[in-house]
Design a protein around this ligand. Structure first.
Ligand SMILES: *[C@@H]1O[C@H](CO)[C@@H](O)[C@H](O)[C@H]1NC(C)=O
Length: 368
């Protein structure tokens, strides 16, 4: 009896330790409660495997740590992220979760440096007119039509909002002119300090975050955005704005907010081009491929991305079931996700993906 009791105590101490070691930020607390921890003991005995995985990770993503302490700390974080990926896998079986270039970052480091959505939609935003939805194609992808530039990389800077903004304007400009021109995020990072009219404390602020609708507002006031190559991205806050009005390549004519209705979102996508959308990025730190369709996901929006298409096939790894999904262009480079893209299932506003959607139109005139 005594032995059983002490075994029980040891086990509960162990599982407590696992919980403490892997806890970082609150978002996963709910997940840990829902997903049982039956494999925690097994995970502890897998230390050797973790060493091997970490070695591969460092090699693949060219990770170098300045000191031995830093290295050991990052290995500790890596192991916690492997446990987190395993939890995500159980909650999101139609996607694959595992090692990504962010596996050595804590959740709070990741949120601080690779997301960057700040603010909310103003109540008086223009709402997009309701469009007919009867004749929508079953699958649709703006990449196939040449309206989407290759995935870019925001680096360690909370500037996702600027990439979502340029992506939407690049698409609208393509629809208006037939030319695909890569546009400057750095112009937005350095020059756009537009504030939320209802909350003047919330302003676009470079690597500290911002919002697509205020960036469209800035672009209207400034006259437009320069080309990427004329104002290249540095992943840092520039001290001065180097905007040159004579080099404007694309201009916003108007923008509006699409209602929380998946058919309207699809109709606006097909008619007006790629859409600027916000999402909760909780599952994206560990996402590798497939259609992400988590059983539970916060709808608190913290990341900005670009909606470029939708489909119903592509249920990985076996196409047993069709899984309707959105195709999302991210700004974490081509080595993240499916060549820089994320697939998230449609149908129930998963991770808030339907709740902040903007469409933009460009002027026909300027061609850069
Ligand atoms: C821009 O304005 C036109 C004319 O009012 C309207 O038809 C169109 O839907 C608007 N586009 C967007 C993206 O808001």
């Amino acid at each position: 009896m005594d032995r059983i009791l002490s075994l029980l105590i040891i086990l509960s101490v162990l599982s407590l330790w696992v919980t403490v070691v892997s806890s970082d930020g609150g978002e996963d607390a709910l997940i840990r409660q829902v997903v049982d921890g039956h494999d925690d003991a097994m995970i502890i005995s897998n230390d050797q495997e973790h060493h091997h995985k970490f070695a591969l990770f460092k090699k693949r993503f060219k990770k170098v740590y300045a000191t031995e302490e830093e290295h050991d700390y990052r290995f500790h974080v890596f192991k916690a992220n492997m446990r987190r990926a395993a939890r995500h896998q159980r909650l999101d079986p139609s996607a694959t979760h595992g090692v990504t270039q962010f596996s050595d970052l804590t959740q709070s480091e990741f949120r601080r440096t690779h997301l960057g959505l700040k603010g909310k939609l103003p109540k008086d935003s223009n709402t997009a007119p309701i469009l007919p939805t009867e004749d929508l194609p079953e699958d649709f992808d703006w990449r196939e039509k040449g309206a989407v530039t290759p995935p870019k990389n925001q680096g360690a800077c909370g500037s996702c909002w600027s990439f979502s903004t340029t992506g939407a304007l690049e698409g609208a400009h393509f629809l208006a002119t037939g030319n695909l021109v890569s546009l400057s995020e750095q112009q937005l990072v350095d020059c756009d300090h537009e504030c939320d009219p209802e909350d003047p404390g919330t302003c676009d602020s470079g690597c500290d975050g911002g919002m697509m609708n205020s960036a469209f507002e800035y672009a209207i006031k400034a006259g437009g955005l320069m080309r990427e190559e004329d104002y290249p991205y540095t992943a840092t806050d520039g001290k001065t704005c180097k905007f040159d009005k004579s080099k404007i390549a694309a201009s916003v004519s108007n923008y509006s907010v699409v209602s929380l209705d998946e058919d309207q979102i699809a109709a606006n996508l097909v008619k007006n081009g790629p859409l600027a959308v916000a999402i909760n990025a909780q599952f994206m730190q560990t996402y590798v491929k497939g259609v992400s369709c988590p059983y539970i996901c916060s709808k608190q929006l913290n990341h900005a991305v670009l909606l470029v298409g939708y489909g119903s096939a592509g249920y990985a790894p076996i196409r047993l079931k069709k899984k309707p999904h959105w195709i999302i262009k991210n700004s974490w480079g081509e080595n993240w996700g499916e060549n820089g893209y994320y697939k998230i299932c449609r149908g129930r506003n998963i991770c808030g993906v339907d709740s902040m959607v903007s469409t933009v139109a460009a002027f026909h005139t300027t061609s850069g």
